[in-house]
Design a protein around this ligand. Structure first.
Ligand SMILES: *Cc1c(COP(=O)(O)O)cnc(C)c1O
Length: 392
């Protein structure tokens, strides 16, 4: 990826303050690696929130091209977009059936993941013209207490023969609470609960694991796994090597560099007080670009970092809406000057580090970062006519 990225030139005349570089070949390779890991289970792809902020319009065709057949989105509108991009795919909608959204779901030929009795009732009351019941997923709760039928509602559902027999369930699923920690005893507890609750239902396809859950081993795979984050290169499971690699670089431009002296104060609320002579680069990226404000630092308390020329440079002072200030003392004029780009995410700043240094997780960084930056897609796999983009 590094070679491809360095071949990617930025044309500053385009006036852009930053860029998100998305390696489609890497994303396809990540999906294939996960699919190989879980075989014979099916590997779906979660593409909610505009494919975690990376652009569903490009990510979905890439994943379909890699062999993915089942997509998960969160909303009916996301399902409509996904359907245009993937005419043949099975599409599940994780938010289920919002009152009144049935028409939109049916238009998208999407399957809501029904997660409560009222949703089940509303969906089963639909009478398709051809007499064949619309397919749906069924979410049962195994301990997360967020979405999904709790055990007593599952019991009521199966006891209500006319309601239950009017359902056409394509997938029964549940979601793990603590899979990011492979040693957490609540993982096997939830697995056992899911297995027990499934015995109350007729035999059919089941799914429990997302990115981190699928790393827990074959007992967690069932018929289908539903990773999102790992496909985009996130290391969802702490302390374990996973078969995926980073696929995203985010960069922002340096607007100016200045010298500051002991006693000077940097940024809003003057929260960073300069102790020794420093060089400060002001970079065009702020919380309006998805850098958490919690990446701010004081002279006592470190915060986030950016990558410059293979090294890390700390953010100093407050993150403001459009700007951060970065300590570039010790970097050469060539690496840190007006018009150069620094990495908000990149080889030295993985998603996990960016999350950790801001008191959040890589997921939040990924889904929020760089919404006002153009996306540059490299490593095209699906469209042979398009070439590597070398300029913005
Ligand atoms: C978002 C989501 C996923 C995907 O999770 P990742 O950790 O990104 O792999 C899977 N299942 C459900 C129910 C989700 O909400």
């Amino acid at each position: 990826m590094a070679e491809k990225i360095s071949a990617t030139r930025f044309d500053l005349r385009a006036g852009t303050t930053g860029v998100m570089i998305v390696d489609l070949a890497r994303i396809a390779a990540n999906w294939r690696a996960l699919a190989a890991l879980v075989r014979p289970a099916e590997c779906a792809a979660v593409v909610k929130a505009d494919a975690y902020g990376l652009g569903a319009a490009r990510i979905i065709p890439t994943l379909i091209g890699a062999g993915c057949r089942t997509l998960f989105v969160a909303t009916a509108n996301e399902a409509l977009e996904a359907r245009e991009l993937a005419p043949e795919a099975v599409i599940y909608v994780l938010d289920g059936l919002i009152p009144g959204s049935a028409e939109r779901l049916i238009a998208a030929r999407a399957r809501p993941v029904l997660a409560s009795l009222p949703e089940v009732q509303e969906w089963s009351s639909l009478r398709p013209a051809n007499g064949r019941r619309h397919l749906a997923g069924l979410h049962i709760d195994s301990g997360l207490n967020r979405l999904g039928l709790p055990e007593h509602d599952l019991q009521r559902l199966v006891a209500n023969y006319s309601l239950f027999s009017s359902l056409n369930i394509g997938l029964v699923l549940s979601h793990l609470a603590c899979a990011d920690d492979p040693m957490d005893p609540r993982n096997p507890t939830q697995l056992a609960t899911f297995n027990r609750l499934r015995t109350r239902l007729p035999h059919g396809p089941a799914s429990l694991a997302a990115s981190d859950g699928l790393m827990l081993g074959p007992a967690y795979h069932f018929n289908l796994v539903r990773p999102g984050y790992a496909i985009y290169g996130g290391q969802a499971a702490s302390g374990r090597k996973t078969p995926v690699e980073p696929a995203i670089i985010a960069r922002a431009v340096v607007l100016q560099v200045r010298e500051v002296s002991p006693g000077d104060l940097i940024g809003y609320s003057s929260s960073f007080s300069v102790q020794t002579p420093m060089r400060i680069a002001t970079v065009a990226a702020g919380y309006g670009d998805g850098i958490p404000r919690s990446a701010s630092s004081t002279h006592r308390q470190p915060g986030g970092v950016v990558g410059i020329a293979g090294q890390l440079a700390p953010i100093v002072g407050r993150v403001s809406m459009d700007l951060i200030t970065v300590d570039v003392t010790g970097f050469s004029d060539r690496d840190a000057r007006r018009g150069t780009f620094v990495d908000l995410l990149g080889p030295n700043v993985p998603l996990e580090l960016a999350g950790q240094l801001s008191g959040t997780i890589g997921y939040e960084i990924l889904t929020r970062l760089g919404r006002r930056y153009p996306r540059v897609y490299v490593g095209e796999t699906t469209d042979p006519s398009s070439r590597l983009i070398t300029a913005l």
